[in-house]
Write a protein that binds this ligand. Structure first.
Ligand code: ASP
Length: 355
C-alpha cells in the first residue's frame, strides 16, 4: 500500500515537473529592456503628481504584473534608469545594438522597452530606423508613477508583452503601446502633458488597439520597410550633433549661428506653417550650408500635415531638405543617422521621402 502511495506521489511530482518544463519551452520568450521614466518612478504620495522618474528597477517593475508570466517567459535587463528627458545617444546606441543582437536569437519572440514618455517618440523612431528584424519591438511607458492610485504602468506593460508575442505584430515596425492603443513609431507624438492617452499618430491614426490582451490592427505602418534601411549601428560609437532651431515672429539667426559654433553638423528648423522661417534666419542657414557644409532640414512646429518641397522656399536653390511628414524631433533623429552616411542634400532628401 505504502509503495503504491509513494509511486502515485512520485508520478504526480514528475507530471508537475514535465508540465513546468513544457510550459517554459512553449511560452514565447520576451526580453524587457528597462530604461527608466515615470513607469519606474515613485511619488511621495499616491495622489500627487510630483515624483522621481527611474526610481525602481526592472524586477520591481515586473513584480507589479505577475500576469505576464502566464503568457510569456520574461527576461529583464536594466539598460539605464533615467528620466527620458536625459535620454542620450549612448543609450540609443546601446539599445539599438542590444535589440539587434537579441532578435537574432531564434528563441526570442519579441522585445519590450520600458521608457519615459517625454522623449519616447525619438527613441521609437531611432529604433525604427536601425532595427534589422521583423520581430516585434514595443516601447511602453506610463503617465502615473508606479505607486499612484490607478497607476497605468502595469496594464501598459501587460498589453505591451501581449502585443509583442502576437504573431500578427510581426513586420509592423517599432510600436508603442499605451492606454490600450497601439501606435506606430513613424508618426508618434506626445500630445498631452498629463493624460494617460497622451500618445497619438496625428497624421495617420493609430495602428490598432489592445483588446482583452490581443492586438486588433486597423492599419499598416507606413514605413514598414525600415528593417532594410541603410543605417547600421553595429560599429557606431557616437552620432553627429544635430540641433533644432525654432522659428517664430522676429526669430533671429543667433541660435543657428551658435549651433554651428558648438559643432552641429546639421540643423533642423521647426518652422512656422509649411516649414517657413524669418528671412534673416533663412539667409543665415543658406550661408551655413554653403560655407560650412551644415545640412539644413526644414520641418514644422505644426503637428499635422507635410512640410512640402518647393512651396514658398526653393529647396534646390538653397540645398535644403524638406521633412514631409517627419516632425522636428524625428527629423533630428533621421538627420543624425543620415549624416553617418552622406552630406549630399539630394540623398538626404531621398531619405526623408522614404523613411
Ligand atoms: N519625465 C518622465 C520621463 O520621460 C515622464 C514620463 O515618463 O512620463 O522619463
Amino acid at each position: 500500500m505504502k509503495t503504491n502511495i509513494k509511486k502515485v506521489i512520485g508520478l504526480f511530482i514528475l507530471a508537475v515537473l514535465v508540465s513546468f518544463s513544457l510550459d517554459a519551452q512553449t511560452k514565447p520568450k520576451v526580453y524587457i529592456l528597462a530604461t527608466g521614466g515615470t513607469i519606474a518612478g515613485t511619488s511621495s504620495s499616491q495622489v500627487d503628481s510630483d515624483y522621481k522618474a527611474g526610481a525602481i528597477t526592472v524586477n520591481q517593475l515586473l513584480s507589479a504584473v505577475p500576469e505576464i508570466l502566464d503568457i510569456a517567459e520574461i527576461k529583464g535587463e536594466q539598460v539605464a534608469n533615467i528620466g527620458s528627458q536625459d535620454m542620450n545617444d549612448e543609450v540609443w546606441l546601446t539599445l539599438g545594438k542590444r535589440v539587434n543582437e537579441l532578435l537574432k536569437q531564434n528563441d526570442v519572440t519579441g522585445i519590450v522597452i520600458t521608457h519615459g514618455t517625454d522623449t519616447q517618440e525619438e527613441t521609437a523612431y531611432f529604433l525604427n530606423l536601425v532595427v534589422k528584424s521583423d520581430k516585434p519591438v514595443v516601447l511602453v511607458g506610463s503617465m502615473r508613477p508606479s505607486n499612484a492610485i490607478s497607476a497605468d504602468g502595469p496594464r501598459n506593460i501587460y498589453n505591451a508583452v501581449a502585443c509583442a508575442i502576437a504573431p500578427e505584430s510581426k513586420g509592423k515596425g517599432v510600436m508603442v503601446v499605451m492606454d490600450d492603443n497601439i501606435l506606430s513609431a513613424d508618426d508618434l507624438t506626445k500630445t498631452n502633458t498629463l493624460s494617460v492617452g497622451t500618445f497619438q499618430n496625428p497624421n495617420y491614426g493609430h495602428l490598432g488597439i489592445m483588446y482583452d490582451g490581443k492586438p486588433i490592427y486597423t492599419r499598416e505602418s507606413v514605413k514598414r520597410h525600415t528593417t532594410k534601411s541603410e543605417f547600421d549601428v553595429t560599429n557606431l560609437t557616437s552620432l553627429p550633433r544635430v540641433d533644432i532651431i525654432l522659428s517664430y515672429s522676429n526669430a533671429t539667426a543667433q541660435f543657428a549661428e551658435s549651433a554651428a559654433i558648438a559643432g552641429a553638423k546639421g540643423i533642423v528648423v521647426a518652422g512656422v506653417g509649411n516649414g517657413n522661417m524669418t528671412t534673416v534666419l533663412m539667409n543665415a542657414l543658406e550661408k551655413l550650408r554653403k560655407e560650412q557644409d551644415i545640412a539644413v532640414v526644414r520641418s514644422s512646429r505644426i503637428m499635422t500635415g507635410p512640410t512640402a518641397q518647393w512651396d514658398e522656399i526653393d529647396d534646390d536653390k538653397l540645398n535644403f531638405v524638406a521633412s514631409w511628414y517627419i516632425n522636428p524631433y524625428r527629423a533630428r533623429v533621421l538627420l543624425m543617422l543620415a549624416l553617418t552616411k552622406t552630406n549630399d542634400y539630394k540623398e538626404i532628401q531621398r531619405m526623408f521621402a522614404e523613411y
